[in-house]
Ligand binder design. Sequence first.
Ligand code: SF4
Length: 330
Amino acid sequence: MARNAPGVVTAMAKTYNHLFGPVPSRRFGRSLGVDLTPFKTCSLDCTFCQLGQTTQKTTARDEYVPTQTVLAELKDWLEADGQADVVTLAGSGEPTLHSNFGEIITFLRENCSIPVLLLTNGTFLHLPEVRKAASAAHMVKASLCAWNEDSFCCVNRPCAGVTLENLVRGEAAFSQEFAGTFYLEVFLLWGISSTPHDVKRIAALAAEIAPDHTQLNTAVRPPAEDFAVALPQKRMQDLVALFSPEAEVIAEFSAGEAPDIQANETTIIAMLKRRPCTAKQIAAVFNMHLNEVSKYIGKLTRTGRINGVQEGNGTYYSASDGALTEGTPE
Ligand code: SF4
């Protein structure tokens, strides 16, 4: 818990320890994040993870952050008239590792009308109690990035005891039981899972899981490992027809009508600590002109508090180590 990064100032200029954003989501709009684990606490160590390498690889489900504190922060945020398109359980690690994540979802369902989205790597969905807790969400997105145990180890580097067989079994069972919308995200990497031969084998597993929607993604944000390289957009489009029903390539984030959220150096750094973003994405989230954002980026880069990494056709900015402790309240 001590490693949990400080929270982000929200629309009402409050600081929380377990809420962040709203941040841009390429799939679901502006998302208020609920972070239920210490930084990089996960059952996987994916080569493409935008948060870097997993520091606490575990399958131990526990109350990693105090449930009552998270509920109190959510209550406060709701009372402060927070606005978001979706509330997402995600953040610094795998949310279903938190033993009470279902209680958080149930609270949100009972106390607001904002849809609740659970992002999970799917490694615990073979457990009936996890499926039951997850089923309270409006939407669940789980992952599939491999076609056999060897490719699973290569791409996702699982904790001991975590198998692709259980992941597929759990996701298939959840898909059958879940009354909400179940998304399957298939993450593809150039030279690792980019040939039609291999992607067909992933598609066969996706057919067993039978989600409502299958979405193809690739490493458009700076990954944990240099060798996790993005597929070109054209190749992604060529692969969608291998899935039945046809998959979709996830579109770039579009902000639409952003609420009037004021940004400052602290809020930008805190957001970039959680998720690398382009200048355009920062502008969309905070409803700022790009020129204004570039001033912040210039200053924060010059003072070493953020770094830019060229990825695809954009530069993604992330917070430097220790950036949040420089004048940022915990
Ligand atoms: S991408 Fe998700 S599942 Fe994979 S290591 Fe990162 S947090 Fe864990």
